[in-house]
Ligand binder design. Structure first.
Ligand code: 5GP
Ligand code: MG
Length: 176
């Protein structure tokens, strides 16, 4: 049985915020920016942000990375590996790294270090959701969609054991 979901961020709120985020980000982007979306959770946000930036006249090169943190369910372990690396060489390029949620900070820190190790000239980071109360490592995103409390959220690409990615809003799992 699927547990009940309570809407936290509606479709309309997310759509409006992504358009604003693109306005904030666009002036910081160089001509040859490489937008890297972390799969799978950020695929919906990455797609919407890409098109919002394109509407502002930005041309982007797109790439994707799959990271995995061990374990399923609502607890992450802090051990993160690269399951699928970039297919484009980021050497000398500005990278806009896009993720769904900034939680402990391990994922975004590891991914941005990885991009710098591969030669990226600059790594800007953007997350849809930030849970500052949960930070375990010193990591801040350059651009944040929404700051949220310490709730386990799903929807808009974000799953709970592969469920709920398809929801067009962000909701949280109510303890049932
Ligand atoms: P961090 O490495 O910052 O602790 O965690 C980031 C990753 O943990 C996110 O990209 C996301 O995949 C997962 N995560 C963090 N909080 C949540 C949450 O509330 N719901 C879900 N489904 N995943 C989360
Ligand atoms: Mg993720």
């Amino acid at each position: 049985m699927r547990p009940p979901i309570e809407i936290l961020l509606s479709e309309e709120m997310i759509r409006a915020r992504i358009a604003q985020l693109a306005e904030e980000i666009a002036p910081r982007l160089r001509e040859d920016v490489l937008l890297v979306t972390l799969m799978n959770g950020a695929f919906v946000f990455g797609a919407d942000l890409t098109r919002a930036l394109a509407r502002l006249g930005k041309s982007l090169t797109l790439d994707f990375m799959v990271l995995s943190s061990y374990g399923s369910g609502t607890v992450t372990s802090g051990r993160i590996t690269t399951r699928m690396d970039l297919s484009i060489d980021p050497t000398g390029r500005q990278v806009l790294l896009v993720d769904d949620i900034l939680d402990s900070g391990n994922t975004l820190l590891m991914a941005s270090n990885h991009l710098r190790d591969k030669g990226a000239a600059e790594v800007l980071t953007c997350v849809l959701l930030d849970k500052p109360a949960r930070r375990r490592v010193p990591m801040q995103a350059d651009f944040i969609g929404f700051e949220i409390p310490n709730l386990f959220v799903v929807g808009f690409g974000i799953d709970y054991d592969q469920m709920f990615r398809e929801l067009p809003f962000v909701g949280h799992l109510r303890a049932s």
